[in-house]
Ligand binder design. Structure first.
Ligand SMILES: [Zn+2]
Ligand SMILES: [Zn+2]
Length: 215
């Protein structure tokens, strides 16, 4: 009789263990299925988004542009801590969410006013959006950390954008090229003042691109 009881308990235990294992297996396959769906979804999302935006993958490009912004002849410094990315490729860089991985400013003297572009198809307007600024043909809103003002064309002042010395229209859609020298200028400047601003844009982005013309 005692032996029979033992067998019964063993069978019961085995039954419980079986139920537990089956349950675990079902759960695991459910989790795996969910993971598969998420991965599949992410892959579709990336490829579709690439088609919609024409932006390449991270690191398929690494170019640099100089940028200067003047409001009423006063230079705006974009290189403040809140808007700068940690050094590219470091753990801090991958961990931070404060700036875009695709296009950003970096800290350091050789990076003042230098935009680093790490993917194909990035446009000037996109960069400004990533630092919470906005620009269209007639208005510029600076990053909130710098100013709350929006500067729009009026009877006196106009917004002008120059790339490599030439004024451009629809500046927000300008796609970055290596060593672009970009000036965003708002106000009622004289031609002489504009010339001075253009000369201040500089070309230190060539240091990061390792493409400086030797004299
Ligand atoms: Zn970078
Ligand atoms: Zn760079």
């Amino acid at each position: 009789m005692k032996k029979l009881k033992k067998i019964r308990i063993t069978i019961l235990l085995l039954l419980f263990l079986n139920i537990f294992l089956v349950n675990e297996l079902l759960n695991t396959s459910k989790v795996l299925k969910e993971m598969e769906n998420t991965l599949e979804n992410s892959a579709v999302y990336i490829s579709q988004l690439q088609k919609l935006t024409s932006i390449g993958r991270l690191t398929d490009e690494h170019i640099h542009s100089d940028i200067k912004i003047f409001i009423q002849n006063k230079e705006i410094n974009l290189n403040i801590k809140e808007l700068e990315a940690p050094e590219y490729g470091t753990i801090d860089f991958w961990k931070t969410n404060k700036v875009s991985k695709f296009v950003h400013l970096h800290e350091g003297v050789k990076n003042i006013g230098v935009i680093h572009v790490h993917a194909k198809g990035i446009k000037l307007g996109m960069f400004l959006t990533t630092i919470n600024a906005v620009m269209n043909d007639t208005c510029l809103k600076l990053p909130q950390t710098i100013s709350n003002n929006t500067y729009c064309d009026d009877e006196k002042n106009t917004l002008k954008v120059y790339v490599n010395g030439k004024q451009i229209n629809n500046p927000q859609y300008h796609e970055f090229k290596d060593l672009d020298q970009i000036l965003i200028s708002y106000g009622n400047q004289t031609n002489q003042e504009l010339k001075t601003q253009l000369s201040i844009v500089g070309n230190i982005s060539c240091i990061s691109s390792e493409n400086c013309v030797k004299e």
